[in-house]
Design a protein around this ligand. Structure first.
Ligand code: ZN
Length: 163
């Protein structure tokens, strides 16, 4: 596969370039090719290569949209909310008891716990990604899988399906 921009044969699939560039490992043959074309800080020790390469960054997959990262903290903040609610509810309950309103203590307590639990969860809740956002990302990712990158000039392109 030659680069359509500079006709160099020093080209890689983005996926390959990214995985080679972002992890340490052996780069036989291609390492010199990549470092000659790019200002890459290669540390070569007996054939193993460790580097943070600009090339790998260039070849990185499309970034994952924020809303895809899920709701990992919803449960935690919900629990924190419930605990806070229990604390406030407890104080309120004591106040009620001292003021002769003991009958409404369970209701007030539950309301406090419920409301602060919901509030805590709502603070960190993110709506799930829409179907179109998912499809959009899938499309970008699939395109990335087909994308090639030139180690000499940095040109990125998607080869035609029928070369
Ligand atoms: Zn090129």
């Amino acid at each position: 596969m030659n680069c359509p921009s500079c006709s160099s044969s020093d080209t890689y699939r983005c996926e390959t370039a990214h995985s080679q560039g972002s992890s340490s490992g052996k780069l036989s043959g291609t390492s010199t090719a990549i470092s000659s074309g790019w200002n890459v800080a290669f540390a070569s020790h007996g054939g193993s290569v460790r580097q943070t390469s600009h090339f790998a960054t260039q070849a990185a997959p499309p970034p994952i949209p924020r809303e895809f990262r899920g709701n990992a903290f919803v449960g935690v903040s919900g629990c924190v909310g419930i605990l806070t609610g229990a604390f406030l509810g407890g104080i309120l309950a004591l106040v009620l008891i001292f003021n002769g309103g003991g009958d409404s203590v369970p209701l007030v307590f539950l309301l406090c716990v419920g409301i602060s639990g919901l509030f805590g969860a709502a603070v960190t809740y993110r709506p799930p990604p829409t179907e179109s956002a998912k499809e959009d990302y899938q499309k970008k990712y699939q395109e990335w899988l087909k994308t090639w990158i030139c180690a000499r000039c940095g040109h990125k392109w998607i080869p035609s399906e029928n070369p």
